[in-house]
Design a protein around this ligand. Structure first.
Ligand code: UDP
Ligand code: MG
Length: 217
């Protein structure tokens, strides 16, 4: 136990020293978070951490939390912050990059507050993929990733949890001017065009008082 506690403290200290740049990626189930994150990684050098993937790995690893995670995911419920945050912290420290896309987290206010309290990291911004429910359902029921929670009953629960618990997180960051919203109901490439604009380095517009002919001098 002691070793685990020390290890967890070491991870927290190490992360606090590195202070990586973090972008939270949020949106309903099936809104394209994972797909777009893969493209952002290719173009902009971030490391993609999907909270859902980390939880699925933990569930399948035979850890003591495995059954609890499985049950919660199958109900579309939010796994306790402590579990998810530990996995995210560990993944960030082990990876060592200085910029991360954290996909599918924070899912509620408690997740958000706990992450900030433990890591002392504030996100640079929140990328929000906005997509209507009918389109989300259509995509999830058409994709075949073998996920136990990709059935109509659980999808509806997941969407309800998104509206009730995750939208308030988006509102919180909106009030801080940190939300970059994307219309995610479009085809993948069109959505990525909008995403690129957000991640591309901003070129300062140089105000010039010189007239065009001055350039010749
Ligand atoms: N989940 C959670 N906390 C998180 C991320 C995911 O509890 O921070 C659980 C939750 O039960 C959710 C499921 O994992 O319904 C699947 O999440 P994922 O992000 O993989 O699904 P997506 O929203 O991308 O379809
Ligand atoms: Mg996902």
């Amino acid at each position: 136990m002691e070793t685990a506690a020390v290890a967890s403290k070491d991870v927290t200290v190490s992360l606090a020293e590195k202070k990586p740049k973090v972008v939270f990626v949020l949106g309903g189930p099936g809104s394209g978070k994972g797909t777009q994150c893969a493209k952002i990684v290719q173009h902009f050098g971030y490391t993609h951490l999907s909270a859902g993937d980390l939880l699925r790995e933990e569930r399948d690893s035979g850890s003591e939390n495995g059954t609890m995670i499985k049950n919660m995911m199958n109900e579309g419920k939010i796994v306790p912050s402590e579990v998810t945050i530990k996995l995210l912290q560990k993944a960030m420290v082990e990876n060592g990059n200085d910029k991360f896309l954290i996909d599918g987290f924070p899912r509620n206010e408690e997740n958000r507050a706990a992450f900030e309290a433990v890591t002392k990291i504030e996100p640079e911004f929140v990328l929000y993929f906005n997509c209507p429910e009918e389109e989300l359902e259509r995509r999830i029921l058409n994709r075949n990733q073998g996920r136990e929670d990709d059935n109509i009953e659980t999808v509806r629960k997941r969407f309800k949890v998104f509206l009730e618990s995750s939208l308030p997180v988006i509102e919180y960051y909106k009030a801080k001017g940190k939300v970059r919203e994307i219309d995610a109901a479009k085809p993948i490439e069109e959505v990525f065009e909008a995403v690129k604009v957000i991640f591309a380095p901003k070129v300062e517009k140089v105000k010039s008082s010189r007239c065009s002919s001055c350039a010749i001098l």
